[in-house]
Design a protein around this ligand. Structure first.
Ligand code: HEC
Length: 223
């Protein structure tokens, strides 16, 4: 059986021959899964596992990313506080004050022990100047101190530099730093003084302004 030339089997039913049918099926057979190459469809289980992972990752980020806020990522933040070091300073001025004291500042003279140096630097341990009048000790740290002073019954006559944010201070500590270091020295080494607030330091600095270091005679006129 011979097909007439130029006839298209798709248009002409009568033109269908065994050969053209076999040729058409051979083409279609080519699209079937190739057993030899071992192709397989993606297992449905894998699809579920991936969906589960993506869901888990989304939930995890939502729960622990802290909305990528740097303050929440602060590794020094105290547990229970969302806001980093500014809040930590308010929470524990003694710890902040201790760091300030020992960071090559007060400790270079008064020593980490607070005992000072015999004959040259007076001790802070057991000193009435430290645990007594707030008015006086705040002024000593803000503006400095010079001239003779008696501490724990021993005479000293030297100079202590100003630490506050005042003209001539090489330190320029903010009022809350001054308050923190004062609160610390009033409470370490067995000292039993009350805390000193930033407001109190700010009020005294506003009242006295920039001035030269105090003398004991001037301080003793204060309450
Ligand atoms: C350069 C050395 C030096 C540094 C730094 C220094 N002091 Fe002093 N401090 C002195 C001296 C010296 C005196 C005594 C001054 C005098 O003889 O008139 C003194 C006196 C004092 C007093 C009163 C006397 C007493 O012993 O109770 C206090 C309080 C005090 N210092 C606290 C501090 C604090 C707090 C810091 C750090 C913020 C500090 N000092 C940093 C040298 C220093």
């Amino acid at each position: 059986m011979n097909a007439p030339l130029n006839s298209d089997p798709r248009l002409d039913q009568a033109a269908v021959t065994d050969e053209s049918l076999l040729a058409a099926h051979a083409k279609l057979l080519g699209k079937q899964p190739d057993e030899k190459a071992r192709y397989k469809l993606l297992p449905l289980n894998l699809l579920f596992i991936f969906s589960g992972l993506i869901f888990f990752a989304g939930t995890y980020l939502n729960r622990y990313s802290g909305r990528f806020d740097p303050r929440i990522f602060d590794e020094n933040a105290k547990p229970g506080l969302a806001g980093g070091t500014a809040d930590a300073a308010q929470a524990d001025p003694v710890a902040v004050g201790k760091k300030l004291f020992n960071n090559a500042t007060c400790n270079t003279c008064h020593q980490a022990t607070g005992l000072g140096m015999p004959g040259a630097i007076p001790p802070l341990v057991g000193s009435d100047w430290v645990t007594g009048s707030e008015e006086r000790v705040i002024r000593i740290v803000l503006h400095g101190l010079q001239g003779p002073i008696k501490v724990n019954g021993v005479d000293y006559n030297s100079a202590m530099p100003p630490f506050g944010r005042v003209a001539g201070s090489g330190f320029n500590w903010s009022d809350d730093k001054v308050a923190a270091v004062l609160t610390y020295i009033r409470q370490d080494w067995g000292n039993k003084g009350g805390p000193i607030t930033t407001e109190k330091v700010a009020a005294i600095r506003a009242k006295e302004g920039d001035r030269k270091p105090w003398t004991v005679a001037e301080l003793e006129k204060l309450p």
